[in-house]
Design a protein around this ligand. Structure first.
Ligand SMILES: [Zn+2]
Length: 55
């Protein structure tokens, strides 16, 4: 691992696996928003589409 994120904080898995509900999510590949489920071995990305907007 040679990646050093400025700020030093590592993004945490935002939720359980959307496919099987397991919590064992680990970073996948080089994308900061890609995760892999350790239970069902699915890999997926998480994309933010909005922040703090209420209506
Ligand atoms: Zn899963």
């Amino acid at each position: 691992m040679s990646e050093d994120a400025p700020g030093g904080t590592r993004q945490l898995p935002p939720f359980h696996c959307p496919y099987c509900g397991d919590e064992e999510l680990t970073p996948h590949g080089e994308s900061a928003d890609a995760w892999r489920c350790g239970a069902c071995l699915r890999a997926f990305t998480v994309r933010l589409i909005a922040t703090g907007v209420s209506r």
